[in-house]
Write a protein that binds this ligand. Sequence first.
Ligand code: 5GP
Length: 166
Amino acid sequence: MNIGRGKKNFSLPLLFLLFPLSSWVFPLPDIHYIRYIRYIRYIRCRTSLTPMTTQETLFSKIIRKEIPADIVYEDDLALAFRDINPQAPVHILVIPKQPIAKLADAESEHHALMGHLLLTVKRVAEQLRLSNGYRVVINSGSDGGQTVDHLHLHILGGRQMKWPPG
Ligand code: 5GP
């Protein structure tokens, strides 16, 4: 005997009924939250000594020497400094002075700059005597694990690296 046969399944129409109701009730805190975040950002921009742009990050401030960093190399196009939270005995970040948010945003106009960044990695690695080798990492976007929206190349050295990375 099939007890369920003939019974109507009301869960789907119920969902359709509840959805428009919930969309009236629940978005309110979201809207307030988004407005609050926008307001905080606006206040931060207005009170900052230097105007924030959409591309403004901590690294822009390091480039302008507004916040301290242990700089190991600098030229007209690039800056290299020690990572504040090192993942290896030597952990350097090489960044372009031009604020490109991530590798995925690089265009053909950045061709020479990209080459320059790689050669800067090589130069810094030699300068820091990483003669046994090193790893270069670029995290791009959220799935890539990028946390600072200014293109940067990690140089990791001074220990045996493992593979695969996490
Ligand atoms: P991501 O996770 O975006 O690939 O790497 C960002 C890196 O920047 C992290 O390794 C983090 O430790 C480093 N970092 C974040 N803020 C600062 C800072 O203010 N100074 C320095 N030197 N490194 C930072």
